[in-house]
Write a protein that binds this ligand. Structure first.
Ligand code: ADP
Ligand code: ADP
Length: 231
């Protein structure tokens, strides 16, 4: 993993009265799993998308592993950051293998290495490579799609993983299972993970630390689950 530092990170969408994210500063340790929990509309997704440079900040800085990435080419940033979203975000016209191989291909890995990596990633998320690599997303259950979404986010071995309600669209049993898998993955791979949810129980289960966000991503609390539960 790598550290993530946000310094006065701000997003003011054009035409809106107030900023969606207003001067957020935080330090996330390497290998830490931090959960952002807060009500719908408080700016969780916007914050995550700024770290990933899917959205340009209107103010502040972002550093990953000590390096300022606020102005880095977004394609270069794909080497550092994996991104997994609700309802998997898989490209429907691409097979499972093509979806997982997308970022490695984009950042220039050789073909043989990509092929091996696809198998390794499918194994990692508990899907049989022989059975699944040629399937299209529509031929997968919701839980399987989420697994492929996580495999794709991890494929280029980024030190940082951003997850935006990745298990929001699956049934409670599958969700519980995916949460356990994520804890295991985190234990094995030591990624720095920022995980967004509006579900407090999920935050308590997963987080090494939890950032409780209010409107405009104002941080009301940033502490361990134990400390938050006793306050
Ligand atoms: P959350 O992820 O916590 O639900 P978001 O980051 O999606 O919150 O949204 C934060 C605020 O920014 C909301 O008020 C939302 O309406 C607004 N917002 C999000 N995306 C845009 C956009 N593209 N243009 C204008 N306002 C937006
Ligand atoms: P879940 O309860 O996990 O949502 P589903 O009922 O969606 O599971 O699917 C059960 C099984 O059927 C899964 O192994 C899935 O891969 C398979 N499956 C679902 N839809 C298709 C399809 N269109 N083509 C091939 N296999 C499918």
């Amino acid at each position: 993993g790598a550290t993530i530092e946000l310094e006065n990170l701000t997003k003011h969408y054009p035409g809106s009265a107030a900023p969606a994210v207003d001067s957020v500063s935080m330090h996330i340790d390497a290998g830490e799993l931090v959960v952002f929990v807060g009500p719908s509309g408080c700016g969780k997704s916007t914050t995550l998308k700024m770290i990933n440079r899917l959205i340009e900040p209107t103010g502040g800085r972002i550093r990953i592993g000590g390096e300022d990435v606020t102005d880095m080419d977004p394609v270069k940033l794909r080497r550092k950051i994996g991104y997994a979203i609700q309802s998997s975000g898989l490209f429907p016209h691409m097979t499972v293998a093509q979806n997982i191989g997308l970022v490695p291909k984009l950042v220039g890995w050789p073909k043989a290495r990509i092929r091996a990596r696809i198998e390794e990633m499918l194994d990692l998320v508990g899907l049989d490579p022989g059975e699944f690599h040629g399937r299209y997303p529509r031929q997968l259950s919701g839980g399987q799609q989420q697994r492929v979404g996580v495999a794709r986010a991890l494929a280029a071995d980024p030190p940082v993983l951003l997850m935006d309600e990745p298990f929001g669209a699956v049934d409670p049993i599958t969700r519980d299972h995916l949460q356990d898998e994520l804890i295991r993955l985190q234990f094995e791979l030591h990624k720095t993970i920022v995980f967004v949810t509006h579900d407090f129980d999920e935050a308590i289960k997963l987080g090494d630390r939890i950032a409780v966000l209010r409107e405009r991503s104002h941080i009301a609390q940033f502490d361990t689950p134990e400390a938050i539960l006793t306050n």
